[in-house]
Design a protein around this ligand. Sequence first.
Ligand code: DGL
Length: 261
Amino acid sequence: MQIGIFDSGVGGLIVARAIHKLMPEYDYVYLGDTKRVPYGNHSAKVVYEFTRQGVEYLFNKEHCGIVVVACNTASALALRKLQKNLKNRKILGVLIPAAEEAAKFRRVGVLGTIGTVASGVFPAEIKKLDKRVQVFQNPAPVLVPLAEAGERARAMPFIKEYLEPLLKQKINALVLGCTHYPIFKREIKKIAGKKVKIISQDEIVPKKLKNYLARHPEITKKLSKNRKVKILVTDLTKTTDELTKKWFGGNTKPQLINLKY
Ligand code: DGL
């Protein structure tokens, strides 16, 4: 059985690459719903439906033993319900690992999609761990289409604008609460300055997943170890192809699939 990784687009490949780097022995299948990205502007109902279809595909068609929902919007708006409805399936998100890291600080900024920020899930999860933490959020929606279009160079003015209200709050940590934001890590660090700790899921999730697998031999023993990686997308363009190579690396070629709705 493979390890499934689901995202709304190709941004999640940044987390997938980091997971693969830490545990290259396993077989992976990544599914990016590139036909319907971005999820961040949709209602919770629609995000749940899209996520359910993608995650069920990974379990039913790809026979995954575990699925990581690498999308923050889906983790915020759909994960709990999905875990409840697909009872016998192991589904992990990327939000709690970042919240655990954030709870070590006192003034935390969160950048996310409109959906993630509106859900209030990040502040709620951080405060559950330590209610003294003050959390300030700001949606940064334009960064997702810029990343998916390979337009990193144009992002600086938007990053400045999105970070300004958070930096005014004298934050000492900043959660990159969206799969795509690590792409702009260098620019974000430059504006946030050395005193702000950047919490980036590609640096946290792989270790958490490794620990989780070590604690759950009933899952781990079913996972195959042939070092294979498959990347599936619901729409395939030249940009998808280029970004897959850039963000995952190697000779990975995305394959087009049809999600039955
Ligand atoms: N993958 C999404 C997330 O992490 C970002 C892109 C989107 O809006 O779908 O929130």
